[in-house]
Write a protein that binds this ligand. Structure first.
Ligand code: SAM
Length: 309
């Protein structure tokens, strides 16, 4: 594959600083992508630093392997879904760790080069799988799900207020085989609510999330990654839309309160204390300069927490 340029790693400085990357540290990048964050983590953790990088997409592993060649003696790159983080880390005896990073969603490689069905403008088969061993593809959802199931899926995973109209149009125009056919169809419908971005954005997001089981993946990786941290270790998550961010916020809020009193208790008397603390009270967002240089970063939110017990 001939890449014109690598994916811009989003909020790179903020990630390295807030993860507290230090020489000799051991880190896991659960979303290796094109290795941009991993490269910086490896650079700032030398001498002695180590990195375990995971990605469901085998192309991401190939590209990162080349990019991280200089660090081949202190990095392990594994082609797998990140919900397997616990098994992978224990098998490699890569525990405990000083930091874990999750940079959710898609890379530029997948959007621009991989022909995976993510593009609005190219005739790509509606696949949308990150890992090709997965059975379910977007083509199956779009062409086989009932109108009600399709409409619920789009609404649940993207809160698109147009979900019913879109599901109806999809069912009336089957079969739809390519990403461009689907994007053009949605673009041609008179929608209730129009937003700034392409009208198919939320439908594509929902389909991608369903195909890659993203809600379950994220719920599982958050708790498994947290358990791999040593005390003082940090977990950094970059999310790109409200469905992802809500899951991250819920996980953090549980760890901040962690009260085990029965719901009807007037006062807390369980003495169970929080097991994490926030590194930043509010999520960090990209600077205007970064958004100008890389518009794909515009919706990013970085939340970082520290394990305290
Ligand atoms: C935004 S990109 C990461 C870019 C990377 N930080 C960089 O600097 O190049 C997200 C990556 O996560 C991967 N990914 C998404 N969900 C995954 C999952 N459940 N398990 C493993 N990899 C996943 C995608 O294949 C994609 O390569």
């Amino acid at each position: 594959m001939n890449l014109k340029r690598y994916h811009f790693p989003v909020m790179l400085t903020e990630v390295v600083e807030n993860l507290g990357v230090t020489p000799g540290g051991r880190y896991i990048d659960c979303t290796l992508g094109e290795g941009g964050h991993s490269e910086a983590i490896l650079e700032f953790s030398q001498p002695g630093g180590q990195l375990l990088g995971i990605d469901a997409d085998h192309e991401a592993i190939l590209v990162s392997k080349r990019r991280l060649e200089a660090y081949k003696d202190c990095s392990y790159l594994v082609n797998s879904y990140f919900s397997n983080i616990s098994e992978i880390a224990h098998e490699l005896k890569f525990v405990p760790v000083h930091g874990v990073l999750l940079d959710l969603g898609l890379s530029s490689l997948q959007l621009d080069f991989e022909n995976r069905g993510f593009s609005f403008s190219e005739e790509e088969m509606l696949d949308m799988r990150f890992g090709l061993e997965n059975d379910l593809t977007a083509i199956e959802i779009v062409n086989k799900f009932s109108e009600k199931k399709l409409s619920d899926l789009i609404f649940d995973l993207s809160q698109d207020p147009n979900s019913r109209i879109i599901a109806k149009a999809i069912c009336a125009n089957r079969p739809l085989n390519t990403s461009k056919e689907l994007a053009d169809l949605i673009n041609s419908i008179k929608l209730k609510v129009r937003r700034k971005h392409h009208p198919a954005t939320l439908t594509f997001q929902a389909l991608r999330m369903a195909v890659n089981n993203e809600v379950n993946e994220l719920n599982k990786v958050l708790s498994d990654a947290f358990s791999l941290l040593g005390i003082g270790g940090k977990l950094a998550v970059i999310s790109y839309h409200s469905t992802e961010d809500k899951i991250v916020k819920n996980f953090i809020n549980n760890g901040l309160s962690n009260c085990e009193c029965p719901p009807l208790n007037f006062e807390c008397n369980c003495n169970v204390s929080p097991y994490l603390k926030l590194i930043n009270r509010k999520p960090l967002v990209p600077t205007i300069e970064e958004i100008n240089q890389n518009p794909r970063s515009r919706s990013a939110k970085l939340r970082v927490i520290e394990r305290i017990r």
